[in-house]
Design a protein around this ligand. Sequence first.
Ligand code: ADP
Length: 496
Amino acid sequence: MRNFELNFVRYINAGFPILYVDTFENSKAKKIIHDICRQNGRGVIEWSLSDACDYSVDPPLTIPKTGLAATLKLLLDDGNLDNKILILEDAHFELDKPENISALKFVAQKIIGGEFNLNICIISPLVPLPKELENFTTIMELDTLTADEIKEIIIDFSERQYIDVPEKDLLDKLVTRLKGLSQTEIDNILSLAVAEDGMLTYFDLPLVLEQKQQMVRKSGILEMIHVKESMDDIGGLENLKAWLLRKAEIFKQIKKAQDFGVDIPKGVLIAGMPGCGKSLTAKAAAKAFDVPLLRLDMGRLMGKYVGESEGNMRRAIKLTEASSPCVLWIDELEKAFAGIGGGGSEVTTRLFGSFLTWMQEKDSLAFVLATANKIDALPPELLRKGRFDETFYVDLPNDRERRKILEIHVKKRRKADLEKIDLDKLVAETKGYCGADLEGVVREGIESAFVAKKDALTTDDILSVIKNTHSLSEIMKDAIDDMKKTYEDLKLKAAS
Ligand code: ADP
């Protein structure tokens, strides 16, 4: 038996009043529940907005179509709820109405009171669980499809469509690409693939990828970032770059590496000063790994209903796994976990829990690259070994690094003028500048030269901008000193 079945049986035997199955796959969930009930001698009653039926009698009895609260009242009045599972579909549309919440709570209390042996099973893709029902409810998920099951779906699909079953190599590739998707999603993609030329071929592999990207976009939680930047665009941060390039090597030949006994790279936490190239590194890493970059927006993850944020987190994790191999960039990680341990909300704590478990158990090719400006806002569990492979600290660039960063940005915009620019002079004048400050002075210098109708950029153009600029470390002196001290106390690995 798979996890979902095992847990479901365990929960119904233990008399859990409400089980909330978070899925889009209603038919699949219903079929599993009907099978479990048959094996366990339980009757099933189903309710949805379009119809309701009692399957515990033979032949099944249609229940008059009414709202959720009215149906619950009808069933209670009939006194016919013992040894049953009541499946509710579409309940998410109904859970904002007080009479429905109250009716569910009423029944849940009776279940707990031992009046009848019933479990209510809500099947829904959204988890807008009202606070009143939280204590009565256990959230569950269907198992993701195994490689064998996906293979079976493809073979089944081919037979139903009277097309050739793909040969082994293509079949294996399709299976790998379709991992993490549900049966309905797989069926839809396969139908689309066949619609074009009437068969499944290697040309359909990019289509699978495209469809996954669509799903990511539609989710609204993850963003697919188009990457142009490479490691060559980063000035300094040599240790970090070397570390990432090494992981990229492993990632690109993962099968061979694993056979040799190398662990799958899990992820890295890059903390440090703002404007010093952390985001830039995330992008360059995806390029070096040669995989898509997904950005997780923690702000969008937080929903207004109990359970919604966790639901979103699970969805984000699922989408990430489905999109793997990929780099998952979690920007400003500290914002998501602000308040943990310091009286933060329960939701944040639970979100954090599911994230940690995933990081701990993850064996997919989804490399997590988390960036944070303030590491002291992060819970210590996150910094413990086993979550991230390494934690780096990015400091303000030193002389050598500033030289390189200035060079990169001049070269990008005015390559021909580079050799006439006195980089050493600029380096001497930019102590305490972060990478973004340096880019800023180069950009403005070029703009001034253009407006002054010069035909080339000179060192003086940039120097006069520097004279009128307040660097990050001037503006944030105290905050930066504090940060430095925290990083030193934590003994994080220096990125440079
Ligand atoms: P952070 O994520 O650390 O706040 P960013 O990576 O967003 O900083 O930096 C902002 C911009 O500043 C980058 O897009 C890049 O143009 C420039 N920059 C920052 N650090 C560097 C660096 N080390 N090398 C080259 N450019 C840099």
